[in-house]
Each structure stands twice: as structure tokens, then as C-alpha cells.
Design a binder for this molecule. Structure first.
Ligand SMILES: Cc1ncc(COP(=O)(O)O)c(C=O)c1O
Length: 391
């Protein structure tokens, strides 16, 4: 089935029974409020960076180099189509994603960023009487959406290797687990949970428990032998939903594009909860161009791996403990309350990640361009001196 704007709408209408319980979505506050931080503090005007004296943005796991040249070109061209609804492009992008992952078109749900996949999953699988099980710490928005739906959120601390502690994530007692969230690699730790362990875990879950595997950072983990994507090597299990985004490796965070792949019935239910025309024409065109540019992708992966190696190098030189990273960001042990560290960096015009309790002395640092990282290390070295002189 082609997922056109018209038959997509038909799917939506046929799902009115499910739609009846979705009204709580109207009450969602802006997700950043769930992160416990005022948006302004963490999202200074990006236009100000990286101009001299502008803030260095190492706080949102974005691609600091921006969209690849081939994508910028397509983006500009797509603006000319701004007066048209994105029907054709919607179908083309859906087909492209389906082809990439060797699935049927109807297994794909396009989204306004993978955030929409998280929200829709909460709508469908979480609700009063249900529990969402996730890691602690992990990316916060799904937990927030689930709470807004009236579900219980059980957050299980990552183990000492910063992997999901899967044994502890099994349903406990009478708990009705509607959804398990596995963020792999995990944000904020950039650590991975081995594929084999996830597969074994899923097999032991009740038949009505769905599993959302968030592969937002997939491309940064490819060099790890323990990491295998659930899209590249699917398991035949209708309870698994895999989410991907164009916000990270493709440098399109501001364009808002993501998708999920799931069993046809699951994907159909999910599409029923998405907004009509949730992917705009520029985003759809960019997505198609991104997936057509294999050499752009390879170059972006290589560059991030080099930036990450350099970060590790610099951290080792300074004997700073880090969580082994399979992402475009690294968690460092600062030995100080993280809020103090964040504020210190902010005073140096370097924005780093928000606090991620319960890791109270770890700071999440997104990999920036070499000049941005120089600014980071310079500030960090200054912090060492500041703390030595005050002790
Ligand atoms: C793990 C994870 N999932 C999902 C998202 C949401 O990304 P987007 O909505 O831009 O696709 C993020 C954003 O940082 C993330 O870190």
C-alpha cells in the first residue's frame, strides 16, 4: 500500500476507536519543560554560533557541521514547492525508506522528527493502568509523554557498564508493561546495550508488551561489534518498533524529520495518531536526498569518528574518566555537581548538556567542530585551575 496523503487520512479515520483515547495529547506542555530546564538557557540563538564570541553549542547532540552540501542544494530547491502539499514527496520518501530497510511501504511511519514517534508510541501503548519501563538516565521525552497519558513510568538505573539493566526491566509483580523503551546507543551515556542481550530480553516479555528501540544515534555505533541495528537485521517480532531520525548524522535537526518501522498493523495504528501532513515538503525532499547520498553519509560518519577519537585523546591526556562513547557526544566524569559545571561552562560561552540525574557529576558534551572543541578544552582547563585554586 502506498502511504499517500489521501489513503493515510483514510487510515486515520478508520482508527477512530483508538483516537477516542488520544485527547490527553492536547494537554502536552512543550517537551523541554519535561527536561526541567527553561528552553532559552539551552537553546541560545543558533545564528549567534559559531561567530566569534557567540555561544559554542555542545548541548543538543546536533551535527555541528550542518547539512551536507548536496542536502542544502535540495533544501533550497524544495522551497520553490512551498505552496504545494507534500503528497508525492511523502510517498517517495516512504518508498525510499522501505527500500532501504527492505520492508513494505505500509511498515513505515514518517514523522516530524523521531520525537513524534515517541509521542505516538506513548499515545498508543501507555495510558492509565499501564507502565512504561525505561532506563535511567535516558532521553526524557517518551517518559514525559507517557506520564501525560496517565501511565506509570518505571526508570531502571543503567548497570555499571552503562547498559540497560534488562533483567531489572522485566515486568515486576502485577505490572502491565505497555511499552519498553530501549535507547541504543543511549542518550545521555552514549553507551550501547549489546544486541544479543536485547533479543533475549524481548523474547521473555509478555505478548502484549511493545518495545520501542530508539536508534537516533545508530550511525555513530556502527564500529562497535556489539551493536547491530534492529533495522539492518530485523527480528520477526510484531512487538518491535524501531525509530530513526535525520536530526543527528544528517545534520537536519531543524528540518524535523524522523520515522519508524514496525509490523504493518502496528505502523498503521501509529500513523493514525500522527498529525496530518506531519512532514513538510522541504523535509521530505531533504530526506530523499540524504538517503540517496551514500558518500555524504560515509564522510559524515568518518568525520564524527575522528572527532570522537580526538575527544578521547584529549580526555586521556587530562586523565578525565569518560563513558565509552558510541555516539556523537561523550559523558565525562567531572567530580563536581553537574549544575555547577554547566553554569561554569555557560559563563565561558560554552553550552553543554543539561543534568541527567542520577548521574549527578557526569556532564554530557556533544562533539563540536575542532575550533568549538578547542574552546571547550580551554574552558575545561580553566575550570581545573579554578577548582585547584579554591581548594
Ligand atoms: C535518543 C533520542 N531520541 C529522539 C530524539 C528526538 O530527536 P528528533 O525529534 O530531532 O528526531 C533525540 C534528540 O536528541 C534523542 O536523543
Amino acid at each position: 500500500m502506498q502511504i499517500s496523503r489521501r489513503n493515510f487520512f483514510r487510515t486515520t479515520l478508520s482508527a477512530t476507536a483508538i483516537g477516542a483515547v488520544s485527547m490527553a495529547a492536547n494537554a502536552l506542555p512543550f517537551p523541554m519543560e519535561a527536561f526541567g530546564e527553561p528552553r532559552r538557557d539551552f537553546w541560545p540563538d543558533p545564528q549567534a554560533a559559531p561567530a566569534t564570541g557567540g555561544p559554542v553549542l555542545l548541548n543538543s547532540n546536533e551535527n555541528p557541521y550542518g547539512p551536507w552540501p548536496s542536502l542544502k542544494e535540495k533544501m533550497r530547491a524544495a522551497l520553490e514547492l512551498g505552496h504545494r502539499y507534500p503528497d508525492a514527496q511523502y510517498e517517495q520518501l516512504t518508498a525510499k525508506i522501505a527500500e532501504l530497510h527492505r520492508v513494505k511501504d505500509e511498515q513505515v511511519m514518517l514523522a516530524c522528527g523521531s520525537s513524534e514517534i515517541l509521542r505516538v508510541s506513548a499515545e498508543l501503548f501507555c495510558g492509565p493502568g499501564k507502565t512504561l519501563v525505561q532506563a535511567s538516565p535516558t532521553f526524557e521525552s517518551l517518559g514525559h509523554y507517557a506520564q501525560m497519558r496517565g501511565a506509570t513510568v518505571r526508570a531502571v538505573r543503567v548497570n555499571d557498564k552503562y547498559e540497560h539493566d534488562l533483567q531489572k526491566m522485566l515486568p515486576a509483580g502485577e505490572e502491565k508493561v505497555g511499552l519498553v523503551y530501549i535507547c541504543n546507543p543511549n542518550n545521555p551515556t552514549a553507551s550501547i546495550t549489546p544486541r544479543k542481550a536485547i533479543e533475549a530480553y524481548v523474547k521473555t516479555l509478555p505478548q502484549d508488551t511493545y518495545v520501542l528501540i530508539d536508534e537516533a544515534y545508530h550511525h555513530f555505533a556502527l564500529s562497535s561489534p556489539d551493536y547491530v541495528s534492529f533495522l539492518d537485521q530485523p527480528v520477526n517480532d510484531p512487538r518491535i518498533i524501531v525509530a530513526r531520525t535525520f536530526s543527528k548524522i544528517y545534520g537536519l535537526a531543524g528540518i524535523r524529520l524522523g520515522y519508524a518501522v514496525a509490523a504493518p498493523e502496528t505502523a498503521k495504528k501509529m500513523r493514525a495518531f500522527s498529525s496530518y501532513d506531519n512532514v513538510n515538503i522541504v523535509a521530505a525532499k531533504c530526506g530523499i536526498a540524504a538517503l540517496n547520498d551514500a558518500s555524504g553519509l560515509a564522510a559524515a560518519i568518518k568525520r564524527t569518528e575522528a572527532d570522537r577519537a580526538e575527544f578521547i585523546n584529549q580526555a586521556n591526556k587530562r586523565k578525565i574518566a569518560i563513558v565509552p562513547s558510541q555516539g556523537n557526544f561523550v559523558m565525562i566524569e567531572t567530580g563536581k555537581p553537574v549544575r555547577q559545571v554547566i553554569d561554569y561552562f555557560k559563563s565561558k560561552n560554552v553550552m553543554i548538556g543539561r543534568p541527567f540525574p542520577p548521574l549527578d557529576t557526569h556532564a554530557r558534551v556533544t562533539l563540536g567542530t575542532p575550533p568549538e572543541m578547542q574552546a571547550f578544552w580551554k574552558a575545561l582547563d580553566g575550570m581545573g585551575r579554578a577548582s585547584r585554586s579554591s581548594s
